[in-house]
Design a protein around this ligand. Structure first.
Ligand code: SF4
Length: 407
């Protein structure tokens, strides 16, 4: 029997991702996955990092039954009885029938390479989402540069300069070396469907016959034409994680520059191409009052797609627990009504992490700086509304009424 099979079945600290997967962050760091804290910087030195002390220590801890601190986001979800990425990866790995493989503390696994990659090749993006920051979006970086220091301070974002690592020939070389060994490549950004580096990588894959890949793209759903969509069709399988935080105007407000009509068209296109789709929702102050509406929209139109909720923990002033408990109870009732109305099953509630959202809506949290965070949220919203010529009042009256007293 393989070691990993026992670990997945019996251990609550084991994650197959640490042995079979790697993540390259936007700023060129290497991490066991997109949720874990990065281990080291230097994608061009990846082969040494993969077998080096940081990865090895993390793997050892997991096998000893200790929860590595780098993985705190998974522990947070599991402690709230949610379905963590660790559990998703472990269960998927078992289903994928990897009997010829086993794990190895130093080499990761018997092949000596990651079996799947998750890369963030750069921050080029056409949107400026309110929960995002300049390190992840070129649009936000440009917007912040144009503001005076007082507004930059209120927004709380100081852009840093760094180059997109995919343009570094040594890092691109690492990609060429890893791709023939992997089955799946996840790509996020920035917005991958607009990135030149991604187009170049796909061209290389197609020219060299590396179309065996399952391509898994996290997209803001605004692109439904162009080269990269055609290139995607060449790969064995395509999976789209479409980020949608609300429907209609509220989506456009939260995800600055987005047009709901484009997102709707993209969903239809991806669906018609038979690409599998996950609808990824970040749960935050701006959309929490309308999560029940989003659930109903999904249940009526896209029930066969997986709905996945991710709680926004940063920026802290966008967390849903800044709302009074009474207000959160009201929201919870609306969500429970939507669940009942659409016969949403316990399994769907668990898999989507709606269970985590529901739990957070009834938790009596003690926040040490509640007033400060609430003021920050109001000030930041006001500044962004002024810069972008938008209005929270016109877009989300429920939240607007709640935060009147936060000034
Ligand atoms: S336990 Fe969670 S955070 Fe850690 S590597 Fe696995 S999926 Fe990533």
């Amino acid at each position: 029997m393989t070691i990993y099979f026992n670990e997945i079945k019996n251990s609550s600290s084991f994650c197959i991702a640490a042995f079979t997967h790697t993540n390259f962050t936007i700023d060129g760091k290497v991490s066991p996955c997109c949720l874990a804290e990065p281990l080291e910087k230097g994608i061009e030195d990846f082969e040494n990092i993969w077998t080096g002390s940081s990865y090895v220590e993390l793997r050892k801890k997991m096998l000893e039954g200790t929860r590595p601190l780098e993985c705190w986001r998974c522990w947070q979800i599991e402690d709230k009885k949610g379905y963590s990425d660790r559990q998703i990866h472990n269960n998927t790995f078992l289903k994928d029938n990897n009997e010829n493989l086993d794990i190895d503390v130093i080499k990761g696994n018997t092949t000596g390479f990651p079996l799947w990659l998750d890369i963030r090749p750069g921050r080029f993006c056409n949107l400026k989402c309110r929960m995002c920051y300049s390190g992840n979006s070129s649009q936000i970086k440009e917007e912040i540069y144009l503001q005076n220091k007082a507004d930059q301070d209120i927004i709380g974002d100081r852009p840093e300069e760094f180059d997109d690592w995919i343009d570094n020939p040594a890092a691109f070389q690492i990609m060429k070396k890893l791709i023939p060994n992997i089955k799946t490549i996840k790509i996020a950004g920035g917005e991958p469907l607009f990135m030149q580096g991604v187009i170049k990588l796909f061209e290389w894959c197609i020219q060299t016959g590396n179309t065996h890949l399952c391509v898994d793209i996290t997209t803001n759903g605004t692109r439904n034409t162009g080269k990269v969509i055609n290139y995607c069709k060449a790969f064995k399988k395509v999976h789209m994680n479409v980020s949608i935080d609300a429907i209609g105007n509220l989506n456009n407000y939260i995800r600055g520059n987005s047009k709901w009509s484009d997102v709707s068209s993209s969903l239809r296109l991806y669906n018609n191409l038979n690409w599998s789709i996950n609808i990824m929702v970040t749960v935050q102050l701006y959309n929490i009052h309308y999560i029940s509406r989003l659930i109903s929209w999904w249940a009526v139109n896209y029930r066969k797609c997986k709905l996945v909720f991710n709680i926004v923990n940063e920026p802290k002033d966008m967390k849903i627990d800044l709302l009074d408990l009474q207000e959160r109870f009201k929201i919870k009732e609306e969500i429970l009504f939507a669940i009942k109305n659409h016969n949403i099953t316990d399994k769907e509630i668990f898999i989507s992490r709606l269970s985590v959202v529901l739990e957070m809506l009834e938790e009596n949290l003690i926040c040490s700086n509640l007033d400060g965070l609430r003021k920050k949220f109001v000030n930041r919203s006001n500044v962004l509304d002024r810069i972008r010529k938008e209005s929270l009042q016109d877009t989300n009256i429920k939240l607007f009424n709640c935060i009147k007293e936060w000034q």
